[in-house]
Design a binder for this molecule. Sequence first.
Ligand code: COA
Length: 339
Amino acid sequence: MTDSAFAFGLGVGTHNSKGEWLEVFFASPMLNPPAALVTAVSGYDSGSALDPLQLQMLQSELATAGEKSQAELAQQCLDSGRPVVVVLLTEDAPPANVPEGYLKLQLLSHRLVKPHGTNLQGLFGVLPNVAWTSEGAIDIAELPRRQLESRLRGETLEVSCVDKFPKMTNYVVPSGVRIAHSARVRLGAYLGEGTTIMHEGFVNFNAGTEGPGMIEGRISAGVMVGSGSDLGGGCSTIGTLSGGGNIIISVGKECLIGANAGIGIPLGDRCTVEAGLFVTAGTKVTMLDAQGMPVETAKARDLAGKADLLFRRNSTTGAVECLTNRSAVELNAELHSHN
Ligand SMILES: CC(C)(COP(=O)(O)OP(=O)(O)OC[C@H]1O[C@@H](n2cnc3c(N)ncnc32)[C@H](O)[C@@H]1OP(=O)(O)O)[C@@H](O)C(=O)NCCC(=O)NCCS
């Protein structure tokens, strides 16, 4: 048996009435846990609920292994009486069950791995669709009964969303971020220090920002935005989940994607996309020289990842043009100093 592992988490979660996992909260997930911890927990069935006796044993094994804070967590879980699970991912394999899927999403949101830094293959199939309510996670099939029970108590069960992915902030709020509307950031988002997500901003799982950055547009699944970049109001990045082809979209450092603009190619550093312009991979782009004269026509995908470009739609001819971007975006230092 090996004493190294990809990740570990002791989680407390929610079961449906059949005892199946709906979601799991990991207070202190760990990447590459120390050998003593791996040895202490490897006897437990990863992903299955622990009974109180097992949890008690785990607690003392963690304490013996010198894992004081994890041992304390085990004790708190034991006291709570809630469903508890231990997950040890010996390698970075596709998530096999709900606890494993939730651990991987929390590794991302705790900034322990970056987008594309963990294998999420098959995650959609693994996670159940859940009603996220004022009484926590509820199985969709059990929702009508719970709604009625709530009404009969004279209360209203608030259903804030129905989704496979909950909002990130109910699991972790990473340091140094502002999130104007927490429902717009899914668990599994990676938000770097100094990131501000305004109301129009959205961040999917396995996607995010290096930080600092101002996000008022959509960061689709799989997209990573470099430091100092600004996504304008309502702009789009094409994701990798549907119809996005196999190009992984990213945004370099100090870029500006204008309001209502969009990208279907990765941008290099210090690029600008004019407000309202959507540059897809196949967009034909007229390259302009320093004097603003057309030199050649390129497909946008050939410009993928190149730095210092400015894309605009010529307001007279309608042609999409590309200039060397001489006015690198300087994010308002004042704006970011309040994170
Ligand atoms: C593309 C953009 C960055 C260009 O801004 P800029 O570099 O300051 O350029 P200017 O507006 O000063 O224009 C420079 C020249 O290019 C011309 N020009 C600018 N956009 C043009 C266009 N689409 N078609 C033709 N000419 C254009 C200007 O008329 C000007 O010509 P001149 O030198 O003859 O006077 C800007 O228009 C833009 O879209 N910014 C995005 C802002 C935004 O959405 N922020 C997010 C808020 S939520």
